[in-house]
Design a protein around this ligand. Structure first.
Ligand code: URA
Length: 195
């Protein structure tokens, strides 16, 4: 189902306002902040994560805790940064949920379905060249599939754009051996951006 009045935002500012004013998701009640996005809106690469954690909820910015620091290092290794003013070397970052779920639990299918129109509109408005989905939740939202171990590294499409599922950096912190696959995926992304 599309919540069309909310998803029809014509600009990023309108979308931010629509998200901030959305009262139907119970996550919002327990959250300190709405975490909309970070990075350069002109970036070629848009990263979609799951949901803010404790640090992100406090700061109001996505991926600022330990997993976020690893995410930054991963993308910096291929020359991409959320602080780059240059679209060529910039990333833009958002999450499926703009609010921290209680106890950091994974959003369920109904919650993902409710938030999906916002994420889709967000992708349309940013209009990146490539969408990177980190972890199962954005894959469930945007591809209708989970099983990140199988999905990662396989290029697919989201809203007509090339899209790459990758491991979530929090998973990589728990399973450092999987960094090998994450590195392969980063190199595939770098090669794609060159072509
Ligand atoms: N994990 C996510 O998926 N997103 C964040 O913003 C932080 C941690």
């Amino acid at each position: 189902m599309r919540f069309s009045p909310y998803a029809r935002a014509a600009t990023l500012d309108e979308l931010r306002e629509a998200v901030s004013g959305f009262e139907l998701c119970e996550f919002k009640r327990g959250a300190k902040n709405t975490v909309f996005s970070d990075g350069n809106a002109a970036a070629r690469v848009m990263i979609v994560g799951e949901a803010p954690g404790r640090e992100e909820d406090i700061e109001g910015r996505p991926f600022v805790g330990r997993a976020g620091q690893l995410l930054d290092r991963m993308f910096e290794a291929i020359g991409l940064s959320r602080t780059s003013p240059d679209a060529e070397s910039a990333v833009y970052i958002t999450n499926v949920s703009p609010w921290r779920p209680p106890s950091n639990r994974t959003p369920d299918a109904a919650e993902i379905g409710m938030l999906l129109p916002f994420v889709q509109r967000h992708i349309e408005l940013i209009d990146p060249e490539v969408v990177v989905m980190v972890g199962n939740t954005p894959c469930q939202a945007l591809l209708g599939q989970t099983g990140i171990t199988r999905l990662r590294g396989n290029w697919t499409q989201v809203l007509g754009k090339p899209a790459l599922p990758m491991f979530h950096p929090a998973y990589l912190l728990r399973n450092p051996a999987a960094k090998r696959e994450a590195w392969a995926d980063l190199l595939a992304l770098k090669a794609r951006l060159k072509s």
